[in-house]
Design a protein around this ligand. Structure first.
Ligand code: COA
Length: 400
């Protein structure tokens, strides 16, 4: 076990942090052109490093807001670019980086930290629980038609990438966000811009204009299969719609693009209604269901008080949080809200499992059946399923 120091990086160290992170995920360092763009992903003061005294580990974060059930947007940080040099792994460097980050987030009044995990086994020990899932969906375009009763209306406008980057962020902000969606700060749009500009085929956006103005958009590109250049897939990078009409209109457009065999949307909510719009739902297919955001409740009292609950009998949760012990304790959750209590617990769970039920993605009763929640009151799991349930599936759609 070696000694190391954890500290916040200055802006002049961000490029070395980027190189170090890229090395840990087996990428070459960014060249000057790429770094000119990537430097803008680093929020000032948002990156930390571990030194022994060499630079051996790093993690980065940026500020945003997370939409919780009921619609409130609460302060969150996105955690990303986490890596430890291959010759210094498994000696506690990540643990030290995570502990320093959580202390900083708690001191700054952050309610949630979110991340996308490279491997499922890493982050649960730090209180991050898998809180949203996505499905990848593809449609055989040559076979697919929308049903005749699918909503119709509004206008569609095709934009090139420059105009898309001017227009889509504002549309995204104004749309109603489902639970699990986050605001997209400048650093995130800069990341998406870099990814889009790296594409060999042009990245386009189609914007839907409804009665009150722009109310949805899809960002996409069309790629050929190398051995069969005329076999094309239209890949949907982003699709957000503020109304059923905008959703149907965007899909009608995407399914109407010529010289495309397959439309593929890599990240959609589990309850995405596309197959309900297809005349033959077998023209579409769920290719995969995967993990999306892992969330960490940094401030459990604020997180629990900040969301809405379903109509069921109150349940007392006893939460344990070894890394941020101020969160540990009993909370009474009722249809009117949640607060600390001295009453006896109906369910006992750790803060990681609380993150899994918080956005409604996993049922407390299923986690109890799996042995991950201890049941003290036999009526509590079913009541907690209703209290924590959400009308629509939680999903982020923002990846970093
Ligand atoms: C994942 C990574 C950051 C871990 O760093 P590290 O310094 O070796 O981690 P630590 O030594 O602090 O380990 C902390 C704990 O996590 C566990 N752990 C670390 N990496 C793990 C992995 N890949 N899978 C499962 N558990 C892991 C350790 O066993 C240790 O467990 P303990 O709490 O029971 O002692 C490092 O291996 C790495 O850089 N990997 C490649 C890049 C990457 O995947 N980054 C994450 C991007 S989301």
């Amino acid at each position: 076990m070696s000694d190391f120091e954890i500290r916040t990086l200055g802006a002049e160290e961000h490029r070395a942090a980027s190189d170090l992170f890229r090395e840990t995920v087996h990428f070459p360092p960014a060249d000057d052109t790429e770094w000119a763009r990537a430097a803008r992903y680093y929020q000032p003061g948002g990156a930390i490093g571990a030194f022994d005294p060499e630079f051996i580990g790093t993690a980065r974060s940026f500020d945003a807001e997370l939409t919780v059930p009921g619609g409130a947007r609460l302060p969150m940080v996105g955690v990303t670019s986490v890596g430890v040099r291959a010759d210094r792994t498994r000696r506690g460097v990540l643990r030290a980086l995570m502990t320093a980050q959580l202390a900083d987030f708690a001191a700054r009044g952050v309610v949630f930290a979110n991340l996308l995990a490279s491997e499922a086994g890493i982050y649960g020990r730090f209180g991050y629980g898998l809180a949203t899932r996505y499905r990848a969906y593809s449609v055989d375009r040559r076979r697919a038609r929308l049903r005749p009763d699918a909503p119709v209306g509004g206008e569609l406008e095709l934009l090139d990438l420059d105009r898309a980057l001017e227009t889509c962020p504002g549309v995204y902000d104004r749309l109603e966000h489902r639970p699990g969606m986050m605001t997209r700060p400048e650093v995130l749009w800069r990341l998406y811009e870099t990814q889009a500009r790296r594409h060999t085929s042009p990245v386009k956006a189609v914007v839907h204009h409804g009665p009150g103005g722009p109310d949805g958009f899809a960002i996409y590109f069309v790629d050929g299969v190398p051995a069969h250049p005329w076999t094309k897939t239209l890949e949907v990078a982003d699709l957000f719609a503020g109304s059923a009409t905008a959703f149907a209109g965007l899909w009608r457009f995407l399914l109407g693009v010529d010289l495309v065999d397959r439309v593929f949307a890599d990240s959609r909510p589990l309850d995405d209604p596309i197959e309900l719009l297809l005349a033959d739902h077998r023209s579409g297919n769920v290719d995969r269901i995967g993990d999306e955001h892992w969330i960490r409740l940094v401030d459990v009292p604020r997180a629990l008080a900040g969301r809405e609950y379903g109509q069921a009998a109150p349940v007392v949760l006893e939460v344990t949080d070894p890394l941020l012990p101020g969160n540990s304790g009993a909370y009474r959750v009722t249809p009117d809200g949640a607060e600390r209590t001295d009453r006896p617990a109906g369910l006992r769970l750790d803060v990681t499992t609380l993150a899994m039920i918080y956005l409604g993605t996993w049922h407390p009763s299923a986690l109890a059946d799996a042995g991950r929640i201890e049941v003290r009151d036999p009526a509590a799991p079913a009541a907690a399923d209703v209290l924590f349930g959400t009308r629509v599936a939680s999903w982020s759609g923002s990846h970093f």
